[in-house]
Each structure stands twice: as structure tokens, then as C-alpha cells.
Design a protein around this ligand. Structure first.
Ligand code: GLC
Length: 478
């Protein structure tokens, strides 16, 4: 029998206190968790009390205690590297605080670098020294092969979550498994998306583009119109063009969508200098200083979103986190945009492409509190936290059932349409075939492509032939 039935008075008292304004949002969540209330019931109480809506902006408002999280960690101190400073930080801070409240542990939140490339450098330096500066850390989908030697095996922890009804996407789970070791547990998945200002498509009578060629025309038309109306800062398209991992993701989409493969194919063949790849990169070079600002060659995610969020871009390539902030009540873009598939290239093998991204929780094998760290990793990847993360941050779950949750779907209407992309339809970077050499491969790719975008090299064909030789010699070291 559940505690809701055993303690009707306590539940009623909580509802009354909530309705009379005698319980703060935090109190409601705390008391509701202690009573073991379901997420749905807690949501209802927050709603009737009015504090749910009023405090909806307060990060962590939808966090609910997983039933299995019944452990006393008083006296244990953990350090976790999570989101960088910026949009993700308040939610991750709330997760650390919530876990601390529920378990008695102290959780220090260390903000990771925004650039995945910089973050990897920090991890490898710390871990190579076998330092225990952090116990738990969020790792990118492309790093299992690079970081596996430092990882505590989380197979049992993931099995326990599965026992609680968390069905992880098999593709993502197996990406985290190296031989018999589960090096990290999937926390959320990402896929590159196109954001479109639908109000401006309408204003200029332009159809939503389905190919890059159409996007170029649409972006140009809208930008010319907006600039003519006096907004000098308006541009057609923003994306991530700086020399870091994010550019590798963008370039993969241009190339794959043009039928040009994945730089290195799963069998190890280097294809980065195919004709289709060259044509795709050539096209992107033409955007810089045209439909895209010249400064795009120094843009990471947040720089490019800044232009979009200010209402100064017709189209924007980014990850799903942008949906939630663009659709927030205080956003000027609310209800003025759509989120969907990136365009296709040209030719027979052209296809839509969304680079597979996402983050996972790893436990350092140098941690002095491996057991407690594992509980925290499980918590961050649990159904309950994935649900809250989807509702508050529009980050996509790695557990199938969370996509069927009514609250999650209401907060993220795009998810139903894009589900096939999250469920295996995105394009993986060549991190499996290149294993611990992936970062060398990606660095060579983003360096060359950034030099081409910024005009430091002008011969696309020659530069990609040269890049192909570099990738081949990296592969010889495998
Ligand atoms: C996002 C993705 C990650 C990718 C990074 C590149 O965080 O989830 O997989 O490597 O962007 O900037």
C-alpha cells in the first residue's frame, strides 16, 4: 500500500497548506517527496497552489524524488562536473541541491567548459594524473573510447534503473558500452535542428526551405527585407563555425546531407574528400559574410543563439535546448518560430542529417566515494530527472517512456514529430571507428573547415585532400 493511502491526513494537510499559501514551492516538493507522492500528484498540488505557475521559472521546480532514492549519505562529499555557466547551470545546481536534501550528502557543482573540446582537455589532464578533483562528470557521446580507462563500470547501476522501468535507447546504451564495461549512463540525447522564424516566412511570403539551396534564398530574402526596414544587425542564418567540436557537428550535417558520408566510414575508409563532401563545404564557405555574419567563424552554441534570441536571425542551427529558452514566457520569439529538420543537400544521395549528440554520466575510478557517486549518476539519469530536464530545459530523454509522458509532450510539442531522429535516426560522428583517436580526427576536421570558412585557406578541394591524408595517417596509429 502506498504512503499516499497510509497518510491521507498528511497529504490533505499539504494540499491545504499549499492552497492557503502556507507552504512554499520548495516546502511542497520536500514534504511531497517525504510522503512518497507521485510526480503527477505533486504537479497537481503545485498547480492548485498557484506556486507551480508562479515559480515555474525557478529551476528545479519539477524535480521529484525517485522512489528508489532512499539512502543516507550524510557526511559524504561529492563533486560533479555538469553544465557550463549559462542556461543549463540553474537546473544542474537544483539537481545537486535536491540530491543533497534527499540524501544528506554534500554535492559540489563544478561548472564544465562550454566548449566540448576544452572540457575534454580538462578531463584528460585531471584523470591522467589520477586526481580525484571530481567524482562524477558529464561526458559527450563521442568520448567513451577516449575516457574508458578512467571509468568505473556502471553496468549494475544501469540494470537497476532498468529494473525501475527505465528503458534506455539501445543505440545510446551500446555507444557507452566498451567490451563488457558500461563506461557511462545516458543522461540526455541531442540532435542538430533547424530553427526557423515562421513569422518572417509569412511576412515575406517565403516557403519553409527543405534544401540548403532553398534556405540560402529564403535567408537572403528575409535578411534583405529586415535590413531595409532598418535592422542592420539582422542576418539570414547562424550556426557554430568556431574551431572546436561544434563545428565538426555542423560540417558533418552539411556533408552527410549532401550524400558525402561521415568523414571516415564505419569500415575505416576516409571519405572526407569525396566530391559530395567538397561541394557541401564549398557551399558553407559561401555563407560566411553573406547569409551568415563573418563572425560566425568564432561562434559556439551560445554566441550563435545570442543572435537568434535577440530576434536577429531568420534561421538558426543548434541543439534542442534552444527550443525551451526561445519558447519561454519572457522570450520575444515565443510562438514565432518552428523547430525541425535541417535541410537536405543536392543530388541522389541527399538526405536530412542531424548529428547525434548528447551527454552521459561517468563515475571516475579515482573517486574516493565510488558508491555514493554511482547513486548520484543514477539519480541524474533516472526517469524522474530526465522528465524534469525535458520539461524545464527541453533536453531530450534517453529513456523511451519519458517521451510518452503527457507533461513532457506538452512542454515539447516537437518531440512527437522528431522522435524518429532521437530514436536512432541521427548521424553519428566517426567516434566508434576511431576510438581513442577520435579527438585527433575531429581536431583535424574542425581546424581545416574553420580555416576554409574564415578564408585562411581558399582552395576547398586541396584542403580536403590534405585533410584526408591527415585522417589516413591518424588511422594508421589505431
Ligand atoms: C552538444 C552535443 C555534443 C556536441 C557538442 C558540440 O553539447 O550534445 O554531443 O559534441 O554540442 O559543441
Amino acid at each position: 500500500m502506498s504512503s499516499e493511502v497510509l497518510m491521507p491526513n498528511a497529504v490533505n494537510k499539504l494540499v491545504q497548506d499549499a492552497m492557503n499559501g502556507r507552504a512554499s514551492r520548495r516546502d511542497i516538493i520536500k514534504r511531497g517527496s517525504a510522503l512518497g507522492l507521485s510526480g503527477a500528484l505533486m504537479g497537481n498540488i503545485l498547480r492548485v497552489s498557484g506556486v507551480g505557475a508562479q515559480d515555474a521559472q525557478e529551476a528545479g521546480w519539477s524535480l521529484v524524488k525517485p522512489e528508489w532514492l532512499d539512502v543516507d549519505l550524510t557526511g559524504v562529499e561529492l563533486s560533479a562536473v555538469l553544465a557550463s555557466d549559462g542556461v543549463g547551470a540553474p537546473f544542474d545546481q537544483a539537481c545537486c541541491d535536491f540530491f543533497a536534501e534527499q540524501t544528506g550528502a554534500t554535492v559540489n557543482y563544478i561548472k564544465g567548459a562550454e566548449s566540448a573540446t576544452d572540457r575534454l582537455t580538462y578531463y584528460t589532464q585531471t584523470l591522467n594524473a589520477q586526481a580525484s578533483d571530481f567524482d562524477i562528470f558529464s561526458v559527450d557521446v563521442i568520448w567513451p573510447g577516449i575516457l574508458k580507462v578512467h571509468a568505473h563500470d556502471l553496468s549494475e547501476a544501469a540494470d537497476e534503473l532498468a529494473g525501475e522501468g527505465a528503458n534506455f535507447f539501445e543505440r545510446i546504451l551500446s555507444n557507452n558500452r566498451i567490451e563488457d564495461t558500461l563506461v557511462s549512463i545516458p543522461m540526455y540525447t541531442d540532435a542538430g535542428c533547424l530553427y526557423t522564424r515562421t513569422d518572417l516566412l509569412e511576412k515575406y511570403g517565403v516557403e519553409a526551405p527543405t534544401t540548403w539551396a532553398e534556405l540560402e534564398v529564403a535567408a537572403q530574402t528575409i535578411a534583405e527585407g529586415e535590413v531595409a526596414e532598418g535592422n542592420d544587425a539582422f542576418v539570414g542564418f547562424t550556426f557554430q563555425g568556431a574551431a572546436y567540436e561544434g563545428l565538426t557537428c555542423n560540417a558533418l550535417e552539411w556533408v552527410y546531407s549532401n550524400g558525402g558520408g561521415t568523414f571516415i566510414e564505419p569500415d575505416g575508409t576516409v571519405t572526407v574528400n569525396s566530391d559530395a563532401a567538397k561541394a557541401a563545404v564549398e557551399r558553407a564557405v559561401g555563407w560566411v559574410g553573406g547569409i551568415a555574419p563573418a563572425a560566425v567563424t568564432s561562434y559556439k552554441e551560445e554566441d550563435s543563439r545570442g543572435v537568434w534570441q535577440a530576434g536577429n536571425a531568420a534561421f538558426h542551427r543548434n541543439w534542442p535546448y534552444v527550443y525551451g529558452i526561445s519558447q519561454a514566457d519572457d522570450s520575444d520569439l515565443k510562438d514565432k518560430f518552428s523547430m525541425g529538420l535541417l535541410p537536405k543537400g543536392d543530388g541522389e544521395n541527399a538526405d536530412n542529417a542531424a548529428t547525434l549528440g548528447g551527454w552521459n554520466m561517468m563515475v571516475s575510478k579515482y573517486s574516493e566515494n565510488i558508491e555514493a557517486a554511482t547513486v548520484f549518476a543514477k539519480f541524474m539519469c533516472s526517469f524522474e530527472v530526465q522528465k524534469a530536464r525535458a520539461i524545464e530545459r527541453s533536453l531530450n530523454p534517453t529513456i523511451v517512456e519519458v517521451y510518452q509522458d503527457a507533461d513532457v509532450l506538452a512542454a515539447n510539442p516537437y518531440q512527437a514529430e522528431l522522435f524518429p531522429i532521437f530514436d536512432g535516426g541521427s548521424v553519428a560522428r566517426p567516434s566508434g571507428v576511431t576510438a581513442d583517436l577520435y579527438n585527433d580526427v575531429s581536431s583535424a576536421v574542425f581546424t581545416t573547415v574553420n580555416e576554409l570558412l574564415s578564408g585562411q585557406q581558399t582552395d576547398v578541394s586541396g584542403a580536403l585532400d590534405n585533410l584526408a591524408s591527415q585522417l589516413e595517417s591518424i588511422m594508421e596509429d589505431l
